[in-house]
Design a protein around this ligand. Structure first.
Ligand code: UDP
Ligand code: MG
Length: 153
């Protein structure tokens, strides 16, 4: 089963959207196999956003990601990485399609509600960055017969 990392960013916590956003992923049929609240610091943010270190907006991105704790989630499903990116939507909430999380819940290019891993390599590295092995649970066949056909699962 493919696994991916989602972070509910401080914008979600500040705007009291935690339940609403978790519900979007849950209703889609993604299974939650890990979840915790954590306060991020400079070290983890500099790793996590290493591709953006030299961007002029990096200091404000870092500050926005430290405003409150975040909620880290491990979501799993068939093609979970691509599915989660698809329902997350384009980075800038003002340009994201209606029906996507960013399109429906934000106006910002930075305070855009969620982070989602963008490739299998990123998902693997990011899950290791935010979770210990024992914090990701084996859900067995929970709900699988309702979510997928026998040849998909
Ligand atoms: N970001 C920003 N300004 C920009 C581009 C990105 O503040 O012009 C922030 C935004 O919060 C985004 C994060 O940096 O979610 C990571 O950027 P990336 O290009 O990886 O976008 P994502 O994968 O989150 O869609
Ligand atoms: Mg990204």
């Amino acid at each position: 089963m493919e696994k991916t990392l989602v972070l509910l960013k401080p914008s979600t916590i500040q705007r009291a959207l935690i339940g609403e956003i978790i519900s979007r992923f849950e209703k889609k049929g993604l299974r939650i196999s890990g979840m915790k609240m954590m306060q991020l610091d400079d070290a983890i943010l500099e790793q996590h956003y290493s591709h953006l270190l030299n961007k002029p907006f990096f200091p404000s991105l870092k500050a926005s990601m430290k405003k409150t704790p975040v909620i880290a989630m491990c979501l799993e499903g068939v093609d979970a990485i691509a599915v989660v990116r698809y329902i997350t939507g384009y980075t800038n909430g003002r340009k994201a399609d209606a029906g996507t999380i960013r399109g429906d819940y934000c106006m910002s290019n930075q305070q855009n509600i969620v982070h989602a891993s963008d490739s299998p390599e990123a998902a693997e590295a990011e899950l290791k960055r935010f979770f210990k092995q024992e914090e990701i649970y084996d859900l067995g066949d929970l709900n699988m017969d309702r979510l997928y056909s026998v040849d998909e699962a």
